[in-house]
Design a protein around this ligand. Structure first.
Ligand code: NAD
Length: 496
């Protein structure tokens, strides 16, 4: 699928059919209210489909279905080898339907279809495969006890997991929640973001085709204030796994407190620093990755390296290289494999990014970009933008812009770099560029970030935990540690 031309992608897009209804108990249904909302392609401004607008009634129906499936044991008590078989088949089906899934995400939220096809789709398949492979290799424990006693420590599925996810990686964020939750034997009610519901609905259908029993995975599209809140407040949801903004993450803690004290796991925002020291070995590599770290997916990445902290002596040289790289990133039709940048998710987010740019014009120095770009006469596109001389107190250095806007600040000493990097409410990711191993260890130890990448940015794999300190969240996605979120420990003590 990576060798498809622009015409091929457009042709396939024109032939797509969309799944648009709520998916409950293994079948599609209209929303209980009969209401729908338009799914808009941000690259063109045109509506793709009318999607069912799920609300509290649909959420309740989905939770009941998930509970029934869980209590029946058809999945929750299935042989782990059986769960593995289904998840591995789902991984295959994701790849077999990769062109379609890549198109759904690209059309829905504007990402480059080439990225969706080569990064998001194989990423999702790889994670289902990883948890499928893992789940029949995890052993429980036996505690040391006095003779005549056997104390088993068992890891049990929790029950019904509510998952609420954002729009920046629609298929992958759904996968990060569903794969470990399902592998552990839970049932799931997934609420995709209102900006990007299409791939999650197709994923549910593929999961059924792979052999997942009806009711084990339910998908309710809808708005945060209706469907999202109803899931957060539902008294029969055992655990709520959220990815999204810090502001909404805090609401979920409140929903849990006001309802049944469900466990809440949060993957929230970031303002990740990328620190380049004078002793960096390869400044070109640092510039390549700094560019990728902020402009990939139009900067709509929770762990985007949106603050570049550069040692003062290197500032001019690095800025020159970065500007040259930004010049090669030209927003274009996301369905054109030659495009180097896609669209911003919607008009609201575009305006939000432009307002950060507008404010920064009077407090920092605009190096490049700073403008809205029109593609084929319209669309939500913003040129890659770099501001230098950003003071650490500026909004651009403190708030999550979630767009292609880099804030560059200089430092003089290692101590100052660490203090600046940590001077944020967030703690999701950080990067360091240095050729000094001692410095790499010293600095990475003191950075308050869930992932510290050294001589790269945003290092990530299914094998390593992902998540944040401070207001970037609670808990970790990916790796075996994600299973801690979706299981509870049970002690079974036998006296004999
Ligand atoms: P958002 O918080 O606005 O929405 C996320 C989800 O929450 C959506 O499904 C939305 O419908 C729902 N929601 C919104 N308001 C709600 C409410 N009042 N009650 C219940 N649910 C509600 O975030 P977004 O704009 O979709 O995504 C961008 C954010 O996601 C950024 O802050 C980004 O950093 C974060 N993010 C974090 C990670 C991570 O792993 N840490 C990954 C990707 C994105």
């Amino acid at each position: 699928m990576t060798d498809l031309s622009h015409a091929d992608w457009k042709d396939r897009a024109a032939k797509l059919t969309f799944r648009t209804q709520v998916f409950i108990d293994g079948a599609f249904h209209p929303a209980a209210s009969g209401k729908t909302f338009a799914s808009i392609n941000p690259a063109t401004g045109r509506a793709l489909a009318e999607v069912a607008s799920g609300d509290a009634k649909d959420i309740d129906r989905a939770v009941r279905s998930a509970r029934r499936a869980f209590e029946s044991g058809v999945w929750s008590r299935a042989d782990p080898a059986q769960r593995k078989k289904v998840l591995l088949r789902l991984a295959e089906l994701i790849l077999e339907n990769g062109t379609e899934l890549a198109l759904l995400d690209s059309l829905d939220m504007g990402k480059l279809v080439a990225d969706a096809a080569t990064i998001d789709v194989p990423g999702s398949a790889g994670i289902f495969q990883w948890y499928g492979e893992a789940i029949d290799k995890i052993y429980d424990e036996i505690a040391p006890t006095a003779p005549g006693n056997l104390a088993m420590i068992r890891r049990m599925p929790l029950g019904v997991i509510g998952a609420v996810v954002p729009w920046n990686f629609p298929l992958d964020m759904a996968t990060w929640k569903c794969a470990p939750a399902l592998a552990a034997g839970n049932s799931v009610v997934l609420k995709p973001a209102e900006q990007s519901p299409l791939s999650a609905l197709r994923l549910a259908e593929l999961a059924m085709e792979a052999g997942l029993p009806a009711g084990v995975l339910n998908v309710v599209p809808g708005f945060g204030e209706t469907a999202g809140q109803a899931l957060g407040l539902h008294n029969d949801v055992d655990c709520l796994a959220f990815t999204g903004s810090t502001e909404v993450g805090k609401m979920f803690l409140g929903y849990a407190a006001r309802s049944n004290m469900k466990q809440v796991w949060l993957e929230c925002g970031g303002k990740s620093p990328n620190i380049v020291f004078h002793d960096v070995k390869d400044l070109d590599a640092a510039a390549d990755m700094a560019s990728l770290g902020i402009f990939f997916n139009q900067g709509q990445v929770c762990s985007a390296n949106s603050r570049l902290l550069v040692e003062a002596s290197l500032k001019d040289a690095l800025l020159e290289k970065l500007t040259a790289r930004a010049a090669k990133l030209v927003p274009g039709d996301p369905l054109d494999p030659a495009s180097t940048m896609g669209a911003i998710v919607d008009e609201r987010q575009t305006q939000r990014i432009l307002s950060f740019i507008g404010a920064a014009r009077s407090t920092a120095k605009l190096v490049t970009g700073g403008e809205r770009v029109s593609v084929d006469g319209g669309g939500c596109f913003i040129a890659p933008t770099i501001f230098s001389d950003v003071s650490p107190g500026d909004a651009l250095a403190r708030e999550e812009v979630f767009g292609p806007v880099l804030a560059v600040t200089t430092f003089e000493t290692e101590e100052e770099a660490i203090a600046m990097a940590n001077d944020t409410i967030y703690g999701l990711a950080a990067s360091i560029w240095t050729n000094d191993l001692g410095r790499a260890h010293r600095v990475s130890e003191r950075l308050r970030a869930g992932t510290v990448s050294v001589n790269t940015v945003d290092a990530l794999s299914p094998q390593t935990p992902f998540g944040g300190f401070k207001q970037s969240g609670v808990g970790r996605d990916l790796s075996l540690h994600a299973l801690d979120k979706y299981t509870g420990l049970k002690t079974v003590w036998i006296k004999y």
